[in-house]
Design a protein. Structure first.
Length: 95
């Protein structure tokens, strides 16, 4: 009887699980080194901010987010670049 009582609850739980991919939660506020560690996020950085991962100061700035790096970029990291990266990072889904 106990197992019979649990069966409907298990079925209900199974039905509420979504099969759609979940967002990674990444954005222009995520530390660059976290993004660079994931192949999909790294591809976004290479596309939207191509000079970042090869920059001579990368080891110094990798713990910062794109938004944190921008004031120190002397205009090289533009609002448009950050907006594009933010949009593309937010679109990534967990596989």
């Amino acid at each position: 009887m106990l197992f019979t009582a649990l069966a409907p609850a298990q079925a209900q739980t199974t039905q509420t699980v979504s099969a759609s991919p979940v967002s990674t939660g990444w954005s222009a506020d995520t530390p660059v080194e976290t993004l660079a560690a994931d192949p999909a996020a790294r591809a976004v950085l290479e596309k939207d901010v191509p000079m970042l991962l090869k920059h001579p100061s990368y080891q110094t700035i990798k713990s910062l987010s794109l938004r944190q790096i921008q004031p120190y970029s002397a205009g090289a990291l533009t609002d448009a670049m950050i907006a594009a990266a933010d949009r593309d990072l937010k679109a990534l889904k967990v596989r």
